[in-house]
Design a protein around this ligand. Structure first.
Ligand SMILES: C[S@@+](CC[C@H](N)C(=O)[O-])C[C@H]1O[C@@H](n2cnc3c(N)ncnc32)[C@H](O)[C@@H]1O
Length: 268
């Protein structure tokens, strides 16, 4: 049956009803939003706290005319838990943080390969750097990273790094590292070739060890790109790589003789 359209008056009255009662979100959505904003606020608070502590340590260091390398030397590195609170993952930069348990086990494992004089670089692996330095600080540790947020963790140990410019890093770091840990952001050949270009320049040419953490989906690429010394040949290590938010099949490879025996179970 044909129906007459509503009169303009009745439409206006519907509109005024709408304007009187704004749309309401259901309680579960509100609870989600609430928890999102609380997490963001907590993240900002932790970040500001880390930045403020670093600034204070730097000022104290300057006042006492302490060597720049030691500007925050006595201050412990934040824990992996605090790092995770302060630095949310930026998925545009392919950031997927390790679980706390894995990062700490990895740190133990790496320390077993180091002496106080070891020079170790973490390429694209900030959680690895934090866990390692939190357990025990090494002056010769460096973090090569694109995301400048991490500079606040230890300004003198941060090396700005973009894998698209693989030759751009301080001259003093050439052939200087005994051990490099790398977790490339993208799972493809081009990324690995760029990273390998940097690694060939910063690893010690004869004694340098490489520990690579990445997805098994690029295993074929790895065998080609990291075939020759000091980057390879690679040996697969029996370590289960665990992320907080990623269920990808990741694994570890080492470039040195006996790397395959490096096992997390050996650690206390
Ligand atoms: C797959 S994540 C590895 C992080 C590691 N799972 C951890 O927990 O420390 C890759 C890292 O590469 C960094 N990255 C992204 N784009 C980059 C670029 N163009 N050059 C260098 N590093 C980059 C990201 O910021 C991120 O920290």
């Amino acid at each position: 049956m044909f129906q007459l359209p509503e009169s303009p008056r009745s439409v206006t009255s519907h509109l005024s009803d709408l304007s009187c009662s704004p749309p309401k979100l259901d309680p579960s959505t509100l609870a989600l939003l609430d928890s999102f904003f609380s997490e963001k606020a907590e993240e900002e608070r932790r970040f500001s706290q880390i930045a403020a502590e670093q600034a204070a340590a730097k000022i104290a260091g300057l006042a006492l005319e302490i060597d720049k390398e030691k500007e925050a030397g006595d201050k412990p590195m934040v824990s992996v838990a605090d790092f995770r609170f302060a630095f949310s993952e930026d998925w545009q930069l392919s950031q997927f943080w390790y679980s706390e348990a894995f990062a700490n086990q990895l740190a133990d494992c790496l320390h077993s390969l180091c002496t106080p004089a070891t020079k170790i670089a973490f390429l694209c692996c900030p959680t690895g750097f934090v866990a390692f330095q939190h357990k025990k600080k090494l002056e010769g540790a460096r973090l090569f990273e694109f995301d400048q947020r991490f500079a606040v963790l230890s300004p003198s140990q941060f090396v700005p790094y973009d894998l698209n410019e693989p030759d751009v890093f301080p001259e003093a770091l050439k052939a200087s590292f005994d051990l490099v840990v790398v977790d490339p952001p993208y799972l493809n050949e081009v990324t690995n070739k760029q990273i390998a270009k940097t690694l060939r320049q910063i690893l010690h040419p004869t004694n340098g060890k490489l520990l690579l953490i990445t997805s098994t989906s690029v295993e074929d690429v790895l065998c080609e790109v990291y075939a020759e010394q000091p980057l390879g040949p690679l040996r697969k290590i029996a370590i289960d790589v665990e992320h907080k938010e990623l269920a990808n099949d990741f694994a570890c490879w080492g470039s040195w003789d006996g790397a395959e025996k490096l096992s997390l179970e050996l650690q206390p």
